[in-house]
Design a protein around this ligand. Structure first.
Ligand code: HEC
Ligand code: HEC
Ligand code: HEC
Ligand code: HEC
Ligand code: HEC
Length: 394
């Protein structure tokens, strides 16, 4: 582990923290009047407008889940909620569509001093569909804010003159994990199960060796500042996060044993960090025709299994950074066994698949039903094989 100052430099300074507290007040205040001299393109908050000048960021962002944060699952649920329970819808939007302009109703103080839900004259449904849009992270009062320049401040001084959208404010906090915390970490008062918060990603990172090594969320999820945010849905990314080894099978006349070791070597938090995915490790024997031999299957699950209403945790087998999980395959060896297969499957949307299915079965989606149907179809389409190994038996 690297020691010294680098650990402290991974955390926000006092003034960076003040910036973040201001920056992440949600809903983000309405942008207000467009500054004089802005063209129509510069005044637009739509990602495709930003993309006409920032092509690379736009192309990357479009492929990320941030751009789909108001997908059918969230949209379908908030559609009904915004009328029956706008306060809860607002909680959802605070992470999924945080700009005021993305929220159809806003809580406003009326003359009596009470608060009331009012329809929002600045609401833009196109912007809402874009979910975690560019402006949610980068624009306040029409002013652009971004990370410090890669080049020297002296050089920046020269080039800043005459930039579109009046240049930008450089904030070093953009390059630190704390920038991501608001949506990927519940506060200490947030919902917990079995004494553990439902979202604890920042804390898991904080407890790891990564802060001391200067490795931020951005280092892995935005390499070279790319707007990729790959995670558990991406097989390649997930493969980078773990090291999997399978020991030589031990075989006797009547039993077969093999040890699979899964080590969290490259994930900056628990593998996986949320309770929504699950990872299934399976071992089974094959006959010479490559058919699976029944009754030789053994399975284990890596994940945090909870009941659908989040009232109970059933088990938690997630792997903290640097730690390993062992799967001991041990079964009677079948007479005609020729190979042992070890397979690891990832179901990124395991929890949501069940959640949406039950909503459809119980018919509780109301006018969001078609969207929830789409969300269920999406959730069923994401599983993939992370790892597979075939071992010849003697
Ligand atoms: C008319 C072209 C144009 C449009 C439209 C535009 N930008 Fe820019 N933007 C620029 C240029 C040019 C720079 C300066 C880049 C440089 O010098 O590194 C810049 C700088 C920035 C920076 C600072 C980058 C850094 O190094 O920190 C951010 C953030 C940014 N823009 C975000 C946005 C967002 C978000 C939108 C849409 C809401 C947007 N821009 C729309 C041209 C544009
Ligand atoms: C304003 C809220 C917000 C902020 C800030 C934010 N995220 Fe997210 N992030 C989300 C939401 C919401 C999703 C889920 C989108 C969906 O699938 O509906 C998400 C999804 C992701 C995913 C994809 C996970 C997967 O399942 O594959 C990654 C990775 C991620 N975020 C990383 C980051 C990083 C790194 C930062 C900081 C640079 C960050 N996020 C900042 C709200 C946010
Ligand atoms: C603190 C931030 C936060 C809040 C508040 C929040 N979410 Fe999310 N949500 C996330 C993140 C991060 C993900 C991606 C990781 C995951 O799958 O858990 C996500 C994923 C989802 C998904 C699965 C991906 C998709 O787009 O289908 C759904 C559905 C969802 N949230 C619905 C909601 C609803 C409904 C609410 C309000 C009751 C809500 N969320 C409140 C952060 C948040
Ligand atoms: C979830 C928040 C988030 C969203 C959404 C987002 N960005 Fe960024 N952006 C960041 C962060 C964080 C950095 C700095 C990363 C770092 O320093 O490692 C950054 C960096 C940048 C930079 C500077 C890049 C460089 O190479 O110096 C530009 C320009 C930019 N973003 C534009 C955009 C545009 C355009 C969009 C929409 C298409 C967008 N961003 C969406 C968080 C976001
Ligand atoms: C050392 C690299 C690394 C760092 C640092 C890191 N991550 Fe990840 N992250 C990964 C890998 C690899 C995955 C895919 C495996 C997984 O899902 O655990 C992932 C997955 C995710 C996911 C997908 C959801 C899930 O259940 O796993 C989210 C969200 C996420 N990271 C957010 C963050 C945030 C926020 C931070 C900073 C507090 C961060 N990550 C720091 C490597 C990293």
């Amino acid at each position: 582990m690297v020691t010294g100052n680098s650990g402290r430099e991974s955390l926000p300074t006092g003034s960076e923290q003040q910036f973040l507290d201001r920056h992440w007040q949600t809903p983000v205040a309405p942008q207000g009047r467009v500054p004089d001299g802005y063209s129509e393109l510069e005044s637009s908050l739509l990602p495709e407008s930003c993309g006409s000048c920032h092509a690379q960021q736009y192309q990357d962002w479009k492929t990320s889940l941030h751009s789909k944060a108001m997908g059918p699952g969230v949209h379908g649920q908030t559609l009904v909620m915004k009328e029956s329970d706008p306060a809860t819808a607002r909680v959802c939007w605070s992470c999924h569509a945080p700009l005021s302009e993305q929220q159809p109703v806003l809580l406003q103080t009326v003359q009596s001093g009470e608060s009331e839900w009012k329809s929002n004259p600045d609401f833009d449904s196109r912007l809402q569909q874009h979910g975690m849009s560019c402006a949610a992270c980068h624009v306040r009062e029409h002013q652009r804010i971004g990370p410090s320049r890669r080049i020297s401040p002296e050089a920046a001084e020269k080039t800043d003159k005459g930039l579109p959208h009046g240049g930008f404010i450089a904030e070093p906090a953009f390059s630190k994990s704390a920038f991501c915390k608001g949506c990927h970490q519940f506060g200490s008062e947030g919902y917990a199960l079995n004494g553990k918060l439902i979202e604890n990603t920042y804390q898991e990172w904080l407890d790891s060796d990564y802060p001391a090594e200067g490795v931020q969320c951005q280092s892995c999820h935005m390499p070279d500042r790319r707007h990729l945010w790959r995670g558990i849905h991406d097989p390649e990314m997930t493969r980078k996060g773990v090291t999997i080894t399978v020991g030589k099978p031990a075989q006797t006349d009547n039993s077969l044993a093999a040890v699979v070791t899964i080590t969290n070597t490259g994930t900056g938090h628990y593998f996986p960090t949320y309770l929504t995915p699950r990872i299934i490790v399976t071992g089974y024997q094959l006959d010479p025709a490559k058919e699976m031999i029944p009754d030789t299957t053994q399975q284990t699950v890596i994940g945090r299994e909870v009941t659908l209403n989040l009232s109970q945790e059933i088990f938690d087998t997630r792997i903290p950074p640097g730690e390993s999980s062992l799967f001991n395959y041990e079964q009677p060896v079948s007479e005609n066994a020729e190979r042992l297969i070890i397979r690891i499957r990832v179901e990124p949307d395991y929890f949501y698949e069940k959640f949406f299915r039950v909503m459809l079965e119980r018919n509780t989606a109301g006018k969001g039903r078609n969207l929830i149907q789409q969300a269920w179809d999406n959730a069923r389409s994401t599983p993939y094989t992370l790892f597979e190994k075939e071992l010849m038996l003697r």
